[in-house]
Design a protein around this ligand. Structure first.
Ligand SMILES: [Zn+2]
Ligand SMILES: [Zn+2]
Length: 339
């Protein structure tokens, strides 16, 4: 089969390698479409280094083409989406129901071969059957949508409440879409005008704070407080926006950290403590609940997450597509692998 290896930063190499065979409990998936994630772009740019050349990619849609021993109730040809984080189910965190922070997690496209390839093998329960009513375009973005579902429901905010979203990458857009679809009021802040338009077209209000961090925080705080924003979703993933979120969060609100910056952010303990602000972490999703919930939200037409797809590529154009994704102007590029 063909697989796209990240050979070194900024270099994708297509290699012809042995097609993997499913182990006990696994299925093999013939991949059809795979989304490019922000984390693939970070790997591509060398922000995080892989030990060996690895097939990256984890947002994989395809068809079961081989079933391993011990798998029951699955069928050849079944259309499936990959859930790419596989908790160990043995460690302290897994045993306390927190598999999303498992320290022995297997991660498709990071700790093992990923989805920018013709085939992948995976434990059967991490290949989710896609109901017939769901289009390929909605199905291929189930994984980032599950991140947004997990983030929104990590907060105490309920439909009818007002929330704020900082940063409109794929996840920020999906949090906004889900929240608007469920009847929340959504205030977005983002620098890229085309992404702001995507959110305002869905019914979000855009706020463009100006000046230095302190001025921006004052302006956001005033507007958020007037509109009773009860949860602020930091989806930009920079230390600066995390600092901004904590400085501007209204009294009594929550800050949901969805973006992942490795740099130091700042906050004022006095404000956080005296104003009763909660900082809530949100990382990936809980197996098996969030994928099940996401598929049902799409199936029942509450959300149509395919709107984030802005461009397509192929395995042969993957290197250029990753470079294009790195510009930040695309909300989601999908790689077509097979029909
Ligand atoms: Zn992803
Ligand atoms: Zn574990």
């Amino acid at each position: 089969m063909l697989g796209a290896f990240l050979n070194k930063p900024n270099e994708i190499l297509i290699k012809d390698i042995a097609t993997p065979e499913p182990n006990f409990g696994e299925v093999r998936v013939h991949l059809s479409k795979v989304g490019i994630c922000g984390s693939d772009v970070h790997l591509f740019l060398g922000h995080r280094l892989l030990e060996n050349p690895t097939i990256i990619g984890h947002e994989g849609l395809g068809f079961i083409d081989k079933i391993g021993e011990g798998v029951v109730g699955r069928h050849l040809g079944e259309r499936v989406i990959i859930e790419p984080n596989i908790p160990c189910r043995k460690c302290h965190y897994c045993m306390s129901g927190r598999g999303n922070i498992c320290t022995n997690k297997r991660v498709i496209g990071l700790t093992e071969a990923g989805c920018f390839a013709e085939y992948i093998t995976i434990p059967a329960e991490f290949a989710w059957k896609i109901p017939d009513e769901i289009s390929d375009e909605d199905a291929v973005v189930v994984e980032p949508t599950a991140v947004a579902v997990h983030a929104l429901f990590s907060s105490k905010a309920k439909p009818g409440d007002a929330i704020a979203v900082i940063g409109l990458g794929a996840i920020g857009l999906l949090v906004s879409h889900l929240a608007l679809s469920l009847g929340y009021q959504v205030f977005v802040s983002e620098l890229n005008p085309s992404k702001v338009k995507m959110a305002t077209d869905m019914g979000a209000f855009a706020i463009f704070p100006k000046g230095d961090l302190e001025n921006q925080a004052d302006e956001l705080s005033k507007i958020w407080t007037e509109n009773r924003v009860s949860a602020v979703f930091e989806c930009a993933g920079s230390a600066q926006t995390a600092s901004l979120a904590t400085a501007a969060a209204p009294r009594g609100s929550e800050i949901i950290l969805v973006g992942l910056s490795g740099n130091l952010a700042t906050f004022t303990p006095l404000k956080i403590a005296r104003e009763g602000i909660h900082i809530v972490p949100s990382i990936i999703y809980d197996h098996p609940f969030d994928f099940a919930r996401t598929l049902q939200l799409i199936r029942s037409k509450v959300i149509q997450p395919h709107f984030i797809i802005s461009n397509y590529a192929t395995l042969n154009t993957l290197q250029a597509a990753l470079a294009l994704a790195a510009t930040g102007n695309e909300s989601k590029i999908v790689v077509n692998i097979s029909k």
